[in-house]
Design a protein around this ligand. Sequence first.
Ligand SMILES: [Zn+2]
Length: 277
Amino acid sequence: MSTRRLILALTDGLRPDAITPAIMPSLHGLAQEFTTAAEARTVRPSATVAALASLATGVAPDSQRLVQPGLGFLPRVSRLRPVARELARCGVAVDVVTAELPSAALPVVWALASAAGVRRLLPAGRRARDTATVAARLVSEPGAGLVFVYLPDCDVAGHDHGWMSAAYLDAAREVDAAVGRLAANVDEALLVVVADHGGGGVIATEHHHPHPVNERIPLVLAGPSVAREHRLEGPISLLDVSATALWWFGAAVPECYEGRPLLEAFAPVLTTEAAAR
Ligand SMILES: [Zn+2]
C-alpha cells in the first residue's frame, strides 16, 4: 500500500491573474517556490460539472458526456475509469471535503462520488479556511490517500459580482487563507491547486463561453519532491492532473486517459524511481 498523500484543491472559478502577492500571498508564494504552469487550460465547455467530471475520470466532456448534473451520470460512470476507483484498486483511499452543501444536493453528490469510488464525502465549513482545516486534519490521519478539497468561493462571487470585481478578489483572499492551511502539509503530502475554469471572458458574470479568459486556469504543485522554482511551459490540460494523481500513487494510467502525468513537475530522482517501479 502506498504511504503517499495528495491534497488536490479545486478552487472553483479562480483566474490565474488573481494570484498576486497582494491578493493571494500563500498561493503566489507556493507557485514561486515550487512548480506552476504558465499556460494551463480547462476542458470545453468551461463549466464546473464538465470540468469536475473530466478531472474525476481523466477524459474530456466529448468522451465522458457528463455535462449536466444528475443521476443520469451513474450508468455512464460505470463505463469509465474514474481516478478514485483506479486508486481504490491500489489500496489508496479518496476522500472529498467540500464547503457545506445544501442538504437537498447531498444525496445526489454522494451517489455520484461513491459510484466513482470515493470513500468519504465530508461537507465541512462555511468559509474556505474552515473547509481547508478539516481537509488538512484528514490528510494526516492514518489511512489517508488522496484528499480532494472543493472551494467554491470565487465562482460564487464571480456570478454575483463579476470576475475580478472587489467581491471576487475578497473571495480569492479567503481561498488563499485556505491554501495557507493546506500548505502546512507540504512536508508530508503533495499539494496540487487547480481551478475548473476562469470567468468574465465574454460576460462579466459567466464563464462557459469558449474564450481564453474563461479557459485559462491556475495550476500549482508543491511538496517535498516537486521541482523548485520551476515553470511548466507549453500547453497543460486539466486532464493532465488526473493522470498525474494516478502516477503519484504508482497506479497505472489507463489507456483511455486523455492527459499525461506531469513528470517534469517533479525532481529528477523521483521520476527515475517511478520508472524503475
Ligand atoms: Zn460557475
